[in-house]
Each structure stands twice: as C-alpha cells, then as structure tokens.
Design a protein around this ligand. Structure first.
Ligand code: 5GP
Ligand code: ZN
Length: 109
C-alpha cells in the first residue's frame, strides 16, 4: 500500500490542512500529544532524515521556516514550542515519510 502521508499529499486521505504550497504541506496530527500538534512534510517522498541528501537542504530549511510561520499564525511563537524529528526505529519513527512535528500550546511530552 502507498505511503499514508503521500496519500494525504494527494488528498486521497482527509486531513486538517494548516499550510500548503508546491513543495510542502502541513496538517494536524491524528493523535495529538499537545494542544497544537501539526506535522510539516515535504510533498516529495523522503523516508527519513537518514535519507536526505545535500540537494534536500533547502527543502529541509523550508520545513523549519514553515513551522515558524504556522507557530506565528497560531499565536504560540512568543510562548514557545517544540520541533521534533523522530529518526528510525530507536528514534520512534512510525511513518516512513519524513515529517517535522510542531508541538505547542501545552507542555508537550
Ligand atoms: P512519528 O512517530 O513517525 O514521528 O510520527 C508519526 C505521526 O503521524 C504520529 O504522531 C501519528 O499520530 C501521525 N499519523 C499517523 N497516521 C496518520 C494519519 O493518517 N493522519 C494524520 N493526520 N496523522 C497520522
Ligand atoms: Zn510518502
């Protein structure tokens, strides 16, 4: 079966979308662990931080920049928030499509 996040990119699976451009999409996590829990992903399928190449560095920077914009729009920029990449098995990564967690609004775990 195709990657679940690629299916969200293609709008085959619904999600609450917070941001979208030609390269990036951000949507609510289905099982939030903070009041604000948004996943920011590249539209292109990259498995993990382990798989990024030097050609992806601008795209990875855009993920972080998008997190900053979303934090401002959701009024948590001043209060602070957490950005998290889980990487691989021991990093606890469950979905094999790279994603940046934006956690805020309440002390995230
Ligand atoms: P990971 O553990 O890989 O860093 O995080 C994967 C995240 O994806 C989890 O927090 C999980 O709740 C979320 N997730 C898994 N499947 C779906 C889905 O179908 N839709 C959405 N919106 N989030 C999902
Ligand atoms: Zn994918």
């Amino acid at each position: 079966m195709e990657c679940i996040f690629c299916q969200i990119v293609k709008k085959n699976i619904p999600a609450e979308i917070f941001y979208e451009d030609d390269k990036i999409i951000a949507f609510s996590d289905i099982r939030p662990i903070a009041l604000i829990h948004i996943l920011i992903i590249p539209k292109t399928h990259i498995k993990s931080v382990t798989d990024i190449s030097e050609d992806d560095t601008l795209l990875m920077g855009k993920l972080i920049f998008t997190a900053k914009i979303i934090a401002e729009r959701n009024d948590i920029a001043k209060k602070g928030y957490k950005l998290l990449f889980r990487v691989g098995k021991e990093g606890g990564q469950e979905v094999q499509h790279i994603h940046l967690h934006l956690l805020g609004g309440k002390a995230p775990k």
